[in-house]
Design a protein around this ligand. Structure first.
Ligand SMILES: [Zn+2]
Length: 95
């Protein structure tokens, strides 16, 4: 009877220790990956489509669902997309 009680207590202790460790691990992980989640409070980070640099949404430019760090990069990206579309059209005509 006593042995059973001791086993039960040991199991309970192990269980709670495991739970606590798991919670600590989760908090540690949240701390480490945190910055992405803080983003929802108005200062979300977005990535420039052209140079892949990350910057706050407030400082970024938006064009047709894409983000850019500056007007220069936006123009470069749009110019390149135009070129690509032109070439696609050309290929279609060649066929
Ligand atoms: Zn850029």
């Amino acid at each position: 009877m006593n042995l059973l009680l001791i086993r039960l207590i040991i199991f309970a202790v192990l269980f709670f220790a495991g739970l606590k460790l798991y919670r600590m691990y989760r908090e540690w992980k949240l701390d480490r990956d945190g910055p992405q989640q803080d983003g929802d409070q108005g200062n979300r980070m977005v990535r420039c489509r052209w140079c892949q640099v990350h910057l706050p949404e407030d400082d970024a430019l938006r064009e047709r669902g894409d983000w850019f760090c500056s007007g220069e990069h936006r123009d470069k990206y749009l110019a390149e997309r135009k070129e690509e579309q032109k070439e696609e059209n050309k290929q279609e005509r060649d066929d």
